[in-house]
Design a binder for this molecule. Structure first.
Ligand SMILES: C[S@@+](CC[C@H](N)C(=O)[O-])C[C@H]1O[C@@H](n2cnc3c(N)ncnc32)[C@H](O)[C@@H]1O
Length: 350
């Protein structure tokens, strides 16, 4: 990372903006590849590795995501598929394509960066992070740009200045945190007055809860990720044609009779369709957390945060919510839900 990017961050432990490279007085290189960031207020130290600042411990509940996104770093990128799948989902969630030049956008839970590349192309200044090592895959996937900044961090304690982003986007993430409402409330704090918060989450309804994954996850999420991946990699390809056939006969519910995820309806080329199926089947069975949400729960979060122009609807990936923080808004109320994560972020020994 460019050392000038240090000023974007605050200490996640004490919220001070007095972060310094190494120890005070050490000459600061223009580009920081590895070393330590020190908080001059509370003395917490955070690692810089692979050119990215790390504000969370390596060993965290999102490790399966780091594994999958580094293995399938480009699988779901529009630049790889040649199809505007992420482009269309992102702009639909925002509510239409807009000129983002001059806007500051925060992307939470980037994965390998399928939306980061769309945001980067929009002209916005993008700050993007993930709890897992997926952030490394994302940084490798994007061409170097002075308008892009990556770090490894936690939605529940984002090491950035509050109320400073024109848009905060969080797609496909909230249900994978231990406390979705608390995650939402945390994200809301980073939206500047007048700015927009956009989230989507898996839908909670009877049909969704009857999926195979909720039967099998109590076992699969406890398996070694490498073992689970091998099983998924072997079993998924022969099931893809079966799921395709059942989709043709009985639509989405038909496809769900098979215990894999399958995307033939998106029109992907066959080999890539199998890669998507392997990736998303693993993504379905491996995460530590999967807490789908109803329209009414997401709507109630926007209301609790005091947002306006709220739209909560069924969209391309479940429940999609968008709202604006009122100009002259008060502080965002804290969520009552327990985050399940530690209150103190990782002060890491690099
Ligand atoms: C299903 S993936 C979605 C990634 C990306 N948004 C996409 O749609 O391709 C969920 C991502 O959320 C990240 N995540 C989960 N909990 C998080 C947290 N507390 N803070 C930041 N990221 C988190 C995971 O590491 C994972 O990369």
């Amino acid at each position: 990372m460019k050392s000038t990017r240090l000023h974007l961050h605050v200490c996640p432990a004490c919220r001070s903006d007095r972060l310094a490279w190494q120890d005070v007085g050490t000459p600061v290189p223009e580009v920081i590849e590895s070393g330590t960031i020190t908080c001059q207020s509370c003395d917490c130290r955070f690692a810089v590795r692979g050119g990215l600042p790390r504000f969370v411990p390596e060993d965290n509940y999102a490790q399966s995501f780091g594994f999958q996104w580094n293995l399938h770093a480009r699988t779901q990128l529009d630049s790889h598929s040649g199809m505007p799948i992420s482009h269309d989902r992102l702009w639909a969630a925002i509510g239409g394509k807009v000129d983002m030049h001059g806007q500051c956008v925060l992307e939470a839970g980037s994965g390998a960066g399928r939306f980061t590349e769309v945001l980067a192309a929009s002209g916005a200044d993008v700050v993007t992070f993930d709890y897992s090592s997926a952030v490394d895959a994302n940084a490798r996937n994007q061409p170097a740009s002075p308008r892009l900044h990556f770090f490894q961090g936690d939605i529940f304690n984002i090491p950035l200045v509050e109320a400073s982003f024109d848009k905060v986007l969080c797609l496909g993430v909230i249900q994978h945190t231990p406390a979705p409402q608390a995650a939402f409330m945390s994200l809301a704090k980073y939206v500047r007055p007048g700015g927009q918060l956009v989230v989507d989450a898996y839908t909670r309804n009877l049909a969704a809860l009857l999926q195979w994954k909720y039967v099998l996850r109590p076992i699969t999420r406890r398996m070694r990720k490498e073992t689970l991946y091998k099983i998924v990699e072997v079993l998924t390809p022969p099931l893809v044609p079966v799921a395709k056939l059942l989709r043709r006969i009985a639509g989405r519910l038909g496809a769900r009779l098979v215990p894999i995820v399958e995307y033939s309806h998106l029109g992907l080329p066959p080999r890539l369709n199998v890669q998507w199926a392997i990736l998303d089947t693993f993504d379905m069975y491996s995460p530590a957390h999967d807490h789908p949400q109803s329209l009414s729960s997401v709507a109630s979060w926007f209301e609790a945060a005091g947002f306006e122009n709220v739209s909560v609807r069924h969209g391309l990936n479940g429940v999609v919510g968008s709202g604006h923080r009122p100009v002259g808004a008060n502080a965002i109320p804290a969520a009552s839900a327990n985050t399940g994560t530690t209150a103190t972020p990782a002060a890491i020994t690099p």
